[in-house]
Design a binder for this molecule. Structure first.
Ligand SMILES: [Zn+2]
Ligand SMILES: [Zn+2]
Length: 389
C-alpha cells in the first residue's frame, strides 16, 4: 500500500492549508502567520505538547505513540519561510503580499508535515515519541541553527532527525537521496587591498592594488586545481572586482569578492586556509595591506549512512524500488538542515515536484499532487523507526 489511505483522505484538507500558507508568506523569522496556523492546527489535532518560540518563531510539537517503552525519539523537520520575490502565477491562491512568495515550496513542506502530525496524533501507531519541527528562516537566516541554539535537540530528547525538500524536474512520487554530502557548504569572501596610489605615469611611486588584486585572483585558481583532491568537489568563484576611477590615477584600493562551495568540511577548511595564505602572501610581497572577510554560510548537508538507508527504505515502501534514486548527485546549493545534521544523525531527502518551474523562480508553485507522498513519507518515518510491535 504505497500511499497511506487515511492520509489520502486528508488530501483536500492539507491542500487547503498549503494554499492558505501560500497566500500569507513571511520572510526569514517573520513567519508569525504561518507559525500561528501551525500551532493552532497542532492543538486541534490533540498532540501532546506544542512549544512556540523555539528559534524565535519556530514551533515544535510532541506526539507520543501508544507506547513509549522503546525510548525512541525521532525528529521530523519542515521549513516555513518564503522568499522576497514578486509572484508571477495567477492562481486563486496567489500570494497576498506583493514581493513575498513561497517560491521554494516551504508552504508544501509545512502542510505535509502538518498532515502527518494529524495522522500520527489520531493513530499513535508507534512505540516512541515523534517530534514535529517547524522552523523559520531557512532562506539565509539560519533558523535551523537558531532552533538548535535554543537547545531543541536536548530539550526534546531528539535522537535522529529527518528533512525533506521538493525537487522540480523529478516526477511526482519519486524520491532521490544519497549518503554523505547531499548539499554544499556555502561561504562568501571579500578581499580588500589597501596599497599606495600614484600618478599613472609614475607607477614606481606606488604599489598598484589592481596589479596585486589580479595576481591574487589568478593565484586563487590554483586552490581547486592544485590543493584539492581531483576526486573531491570545490568551487571558488570570484564574482566581482572593483578598483579605480580615472585614466591617469593608480587607485589606492582594490576589492574583490566571491563564493566558495564545498561538499566536505575538510575540503572547505583547506580552501579557506589556502585563500588566506595566498592573499596574505601576495599582499606582503607587494607591500600592501589586505583585509580578508569570510562570511560563513550554511555547513555541508551531510547525510548519515544508516539513517539514509532507512529513509530510502521508507521512500521505496511508498513509491517502489525503481522510483527511489539512492545515488543522487549532490547539489551545490546550501540548506540549513545541515545544522541539525551536525547535532544528530539523520537524512535529508528530495521528493519529486514534477514538471514545475525551478526553485526560487517567480513562476514556481508547489505541486499539491505530491502532498500524499510527502505526508505518507513522514508518517512512515515515525511508524517504521519506532515500530509498535
Ligand atoms: Zn530555497
Ligand atoms: Zn527550500
Amino acid at each position: 500500500m504505497p500511499i497511506n489511505n487515511r492520509i489520502a483522505d486528508f488530501h483536500d484538507e492539507i491542500t487547503e492549508w498549503r494554499r492558505t500558507i501560500h497566500q500569507h508568506p513571511g520572510l526569514l523569522y517573520d513567519v508569525e502567520e504561518t507559525s500561528a496556523l501551525v500551532s493552532e492546527k497542532l492543538r486541534e489535532f490533540g498532540v501532546d505538547e506544542v512549544v512556540e518560540g523555539i528559534g524565535r518563531t519556530g514551533v515544535v510539537a510532541v506526539i507520543k505513540g501508544r507506547k513509549t517503552e522503546s525510548g525512541r525519539v525521532i525528529g521530523m523537520r519542515a521549513d516555513m519561510d518564503a522568499l522576497p520575490i514578486v509572484e508571477k502565477n495567477d492562481s486563486p491562491y496567489k500570494s497576498k503580499y506583493e514581493g513575498k512568495m513561497h517560491a521554494c515550496g516551504h508552504d508544501g513542506h509545512t502542510a505535509m508535515l502538518l498532515g502527518a502530525a494529524k495522522y500520527l496524533a489520531e493513530t499513535r501507531n508507534f512505540d516512541g515519541t515523534a517530534i514535529m519541527i517547524f522552523q523559520p528562516a531557512e532562506e539565509g537566516g539560519a533558523g535551523g541553527l537558531a532552533m538548535c541554539e535554543d537547545d531543541m535537540m536536548a530539550r526534546f530528547g531528539i535522537q535522529e532527525v529527518y528533512g525533506l525538500h521538493n525537487a522540480p524536474g523529478l516526477p511526482v512520487g519519486e524520491f532521490a537521496i544519497r549518503p554523505g554530502p547531499i548539499m554544499a557548504g556555502t561561504d562568501e569572501f571579500t578581499i580588500t587591498i589597501t596599497g599606495l596610489g600614484a600618478h599613472a605615469a609614475m607607477p614606481h611611486g606606488g604599489n598598484d592594488p589592481i596589479i596585486i588584486a589580479t595576481q591574487m585572483v589568478q593565484a586563487l585558481q590554483s586552490i581547486v586545481s592544485r590543493n584539492i583532491d581531483p576526486l573531491k568537489s570545490a568551487v571558488l568563484t570570484v564574482t566581482a572586482i572593483h578598483a579605480g576611477k580615472a585614466y591617469n590615477v593608480i587607485a589606492q584600493e582594490a576589492q574583490f569578492y566571491g563564493t566558495i562551495r564545498t561538499l566536505e568540511q575538510e575540503v572547505r577548511d583547506t580552501v579557506i586556509a589556502r585563500l588566506k595564505t595566498i592573499v596574505e602572501g601576495i599582499a606582503q610581497a607587494y607591500g600592501a595591506k589586505v583585509d580578508i572577510d569570510i562570511k560563513e554560510g550554511y555547513p555541508v548537508t551531510a547525510n548519515h549512512a544508516e539513517q539514509t538507508n532507512f529513509a530510502a527504505g521508507v521512500a521505496k515502501e511508498i513509491s517502489g524500488d525503481s522510483k527511489v534514486n539512492v545515488d543522487r548527485a549532490p547539489v551545490m546549493g546550501g540548506e540549513d538542515f545541515s545544522y541539525m545534521l551536525l547535532e544528530r544523525p539523520g537524512a535529508f531527502i528530495f521528493m519529486g515536484n514534477g514538471d514545475s518551474a525551478g526553485l526560487h523562480h517567480e513562476e514556481y508553485d508547489f505541486n499539491d499532487e505530491a502532498i500524499p507522498v510527502g505526508s505518507s513519507y513522514w508518517a512512515k518515518i515515525a511508524e517504521r523507526s519506532m515500530p509498535a510491535g
